[in-house]
Ligand binder design. Structure first.
Ligand code: CMC
Length: 426
């Protein structure tokens, strides 16, 4: 007999079925709870709520495990490319050589964006944050590239367009913000090398592709490619649950990622380290501030809702960081500061007892700085990396036989019934 959970309330008992995932994770199926008992559940931040069944990414926060479609992220970071990992996430299998080549050809064929979209950039204020721009541009893509039929082939085309064009849009926004000539994608360059070339090639200084930096970017994007039901992915799924198109759903995901508690943390980490370096503040003082409940300050790049141990992505990121700085012979004082901060925090009772460890954003900004990416584009880099995950999750939700529009309930705490008061009597 399958497992159940008994709920006793007053003098009544009901039994609810238990769903068991392929890695043994157990969930109480409460779909009948309100019908049978009149109760709803209350779970701020959804920390105990499974919003869907998903076969894409597995995380074990206690053991520090992250796998895409069953494959450990460590193996993908070592052997795969971002392009191949994107294929794996979106198509649920590692591609054959023929499939990978075809995917590359499609990514190349769809890498241009409609010239009219350039005008949008010209009309936004120059100081606009690139994440706001990216979210708007991705939404606008729907007007330029509407899906003609909602079938598998058309969805695949939209997916390829998005993966390819978002990279072009991001580089384009950087060039226009600098007042520089836009650099077009090149058919002879790989996905990552093409992005770097579009960012850094200028008529007076041709960009020379550095394979070590291309590899660092590949790994950076692989590490960001998916992370199951985080804030932005849940936003993508929730918006998509209204049967909203893929572009608009991704645009919502980009908006969610922008926040400093989510993807925006990579920018916030560098700003925090820069400020400490500039003001000569000690790392001990920073840790004390993070512990002080009267101070809203939090150590950015530390802590995670799911990981209660070292984030496996942060571990790989730290290694890449050392390699890139060594290779470029850069002595970045922010890396020394980050390492000191980590050492002090990991010895501190508060951080130990709260299971607060460095997360993916702690070291990633130092790599991006070394590559030459401006700080305000760090979260855009995260967004490009997360794209395959958002797309795979959106696709999975569209095919989910248990799909329903997302519509949580609430516990109302406002005034009871009262009469309207005419304005003269207030
Ligand atoms: N610095 C100091 N204290 C912290 C921190 C931190 N970075 N993170 C959590 N805490 C404390 C928090 O004050 C609370 O303490 P207490 O129980 O004594 O009141 C306890 O730890 C639990 O915190 P929480 O806010 O309930 O935890 P959460 O799971 O809701 O939040 C988080 C997770 C990532 C938003 C949070 O750890 C945080 O704000 N970190 C800093 C921002 C950051 O680095 N975000 C990137 C996350 S990884 C990239 C991504 O996938 O988005």
């Amino acid at each position: 007999m399958s497992e159940t959970v008994k709920i006793i309330y007053g003098d009544q008992t009901i039994e609810l079925p238990v769903i068991i995932g392929s890695e043994g994770e157990k969930a109480v199926d409460i779909t009948q709870l309100r019908n049978k008992t009149g109760f709803i559940t209350y779970d701020p931040g959804f920390a105990n709520t499974g919003s869907c069944k998903s076969a894409i990414t597995f995380m074990d926060g206690e053991k520090g495990i992250l796998r895409y479609r069953g494959i450990p992220v460590e193996q993908l970071a070592e052997h795969s490319s971002f392009r191949e990992t994107a294929y794996l996430l979106v198509h649920d299998k590692l591609p054959s050589l023929r499939e990978l080549n075809r995917f590359s050809i499609l990514l190349n064929d769809h890498s241009l964006v409609h010239e009219d979209m350039r005008q949008f950039y010209e009309t936004f204020p120059r100081a606009s944050h690139p994440m706001g721009l990216l979210s708007s541009m991705v939404n606008a893509l729907r007007s330029f590239y509407p899906e003609l039929r909602i079938d598998e082939e058309e969805i695949d085309m939209t997916v390829t367009r998005l993966l390819s064009k978002v990279r072009t849009l991001a580089a384009m926004s950087f060039k226009i913000s600098r007042g520089h000539k836009v650099v077009y994608p090149r058919p002879d360059l790989s996905y990552c090398a093409n992005f770097l070339n579009m960012m850094f090639d200028t008529p007076v200084r041709p960009y020379l592709v550095d394979n070590d930096l291309v590899r660092a970017l590949d790994v950076f994007w692989i590490l960001h490619a998916d992370h199951e039901q985080n804030c932005s992915t849940s936003a993508v799924r929730l918006v998509g649950s209204a049967r909203t198109n893929l572009y608009a759903s991704i645009s919502a995901g980009i908006a969610a990622l922008w926040g400093p508690l989510h993807g925006g943390a990579n920018q916030a980490v560098i700003e925090m380290l820069t400020q400490v370096h500039r003001n000569g503040e000690t790392v001990k003082r920073l840790v004390e501030r993070a512990k002080d409940k009267n101070d809203p300050f939090r150590l950015m790049g530390f802590g995670h809702r799911v990981y209660k141990t070292y984030d496996p992505r942060a571990l790989i990121m730290k290694g890449v960081c050392d390699k890139v700085l060594d290779r470029l012979k850069i002595d970045d004082p922010l890396l020394d500061l980050a390492k000191q901060l980590e050492a002090v925090a990991l010895e501190d009772d508060y951080f130990v007892s709260h299971n607060l460890y460095p997360n993916v954003d702690f070291y990633s900004g130092i790599i991006l700085r070394a590559i030459g990416i401006p700080t305000n584009m760090f979260t855009v880099m995260f967004a490009i990396g997360r794209l395959p995950g958002w797309i795979a999750q959106w696709k999975e939700s569209m095919d989910d036989p248990e799909w329903r529009i997302g519509r949580p309930r609430q516990v109302y705490t406002g005034p009871r019934l009262r009469d309207y008061t005419p304005i003269d009597d207030r």
